[in-house]
Design a protein around this ligand. Structure first.
Ligand SMILES: CC(C)(COP(=O)(O)OP(=O)(O)OC[C@H]1O[C@@H](n2cnc3c(N)ncnc32)[C@H](O)[C@@H]1OP(=O)(O)O)[C@@H](O)C(=O)NCCC(=O)NCCS
Length: 328
């Protein structure tokens, strides 16, 4: 029969509809297309004009379900990586499950790991599949940073965008294909590098509470250095554990945070330009959505064929970091 494993059988993505160019940001903060392009590789990003994160996530999920050749009734678990849910509760996963027509009773929950959220969700889904508790899992990454960034802070507002990406992870047996391994990590001691505080209403017994907004706060240069070091180490971990060499890798799909972070990671891993996927110029950093959107576009562009080895690697607030190897 062979060992029970998990395999991606369908992908889908849905970036937010409104395109905001660097030029348009010049009208909002003291910045320039030249600064943003050369420092980050970003030319434009997508921003919500009213659609909810769960709506985009459901759109991406429907495409992934169709591509997998199944129906929503076949889904038996929904896991969503996000730090920008529509509501405190219900979870985004509950909204998506209802919207795409997943059967009532199927478990659905969100995972909070910032930009590493999609690989965290994939790692959890894989364990359900390998343990025999789920056959078809909807794994989603979605984030709407446009709602939690300070649009007057040029150091952060130019970096992020809104979007959703999804995969169907299905049970398979036999040859060593599908998810080869995934690895998730955190270090809460470095939380202040990158965070977004939450300021709920104070109860009547609390002392003075901060009523400022929930804005992303980031130490840019510390984040940059940590991202390069951590993504390189995380990619090395999964590459070495699977006995792979740089030449075995068809495509590295890194979290799309900054083209210079991706380039430095690529160089340290000894990979060529055509082994690294980038679409950051169109979307900016979409947090948990960046990897599943990139994966969907790489598949649609014919860059991934049966048997190819793909490496996913991410880094984000928490701190969190994660990697995965997939034989397609
Ligand atoms: C944010 C980032 C692009 C800044 O690039 P950098 O080369 O490190 O630039 P610096 O921070 O040294 O800033 C240089 C100058 O540009 C200014 N600057 C910052 N944002 C700017 C903007 N949007 N437009 C114009 N100037 C800007 C700074 O104020 C600074 O000016 P100063 O020298 O007068 O103080 C970079 O640090 C980065 O990408 N960090 C990681 C961010 C990230 O990936 N976060 C998510 C991880 S999941």
């Amino acid at each position: 029969m062979g060992e029970l494993r998990s395999k991606i059988t369908g992908t889908g993505s849905e970036p937010a509809s409104k395109v905001v160019t660097n030029l348009e940001l010049e009208g909002l903060v003291d910045t320039s297309d030249e600064w943003i392009s050369t420092r980050t590789g970003i030319k434009e990003r997508r921003v919500t004009t009213g659609e909810q994160a769960s709506e985009l996530a459901a759109g991406a999920a429907k495409k992934a379900i169709k591509a997998a050749g199944i129906t929503a009734k076949d889904i038996d678990l929904v896991v969503v990586g996000t730090v920008t849910p529509d509501m405190v509760f219900p979870s985004t996963a509950c909204f998506v499950a209802a919207s795409v027509g997943v059967r009532a009773g199927v478990p659905a929950f969100d995972v909070s790991a910032a930009c590493s959220g999609f690989i965290y969700a994939l790692d959890i889904a894989d364990k359900y599949v390998k343990g025999g508790a789920a056959k078809n899992v909807l794994v989603i990454g979605v984030d709407f940073f446009s709602r939690i960034i300070d649009w007057s802070d040029r150091g952060t507002c130019v970096l992020f965008g809104d979007g959703a990406g999804a995969v169907v992870l299905s049970a398979t047996r036999g040859a060593k294909t599908g998810l080869l391994s995934s690895h998730i990590h955190s270090d809460g001691r470095k939380w202040e590098t990158l965070y977004a505080p939450s300021h709920p209403h104070p109860n009547p017994f609390e002392k003075k509470t901060d009523h400022s907004k929930t804005n992303v706060k980031m130490n840019g240069s510390d984040t940059f250095k940590l991202a390069v070091r951590t993504m390189t180490n995380a990619a090395r971990e999964v590459i070495e554990l699977n006995g792979l060499k740089p030449a075995d890798i068809k495509l590295l799909i890194p979290h799309q945070a900054n083209v210079r972070i991706m380039k430095a990671t690529q160089q340290r891993l000894g990979l060529s330009d055509d082994q690294v996927f980038s679409n950051i110029e169109k979307y900016g950093n979409t947090s948990a959505a960046s990897i599943p959107i990139a994966l969907d576009e790489a598949c649609a562009g014919g860059l991934i064929k049966k048997g190819d080895v793909i490496i996913l690697v991410a880094f984000g607030g928490g701190l969190t970091w994660a990697s995965a190897a997939i034989r397609w």
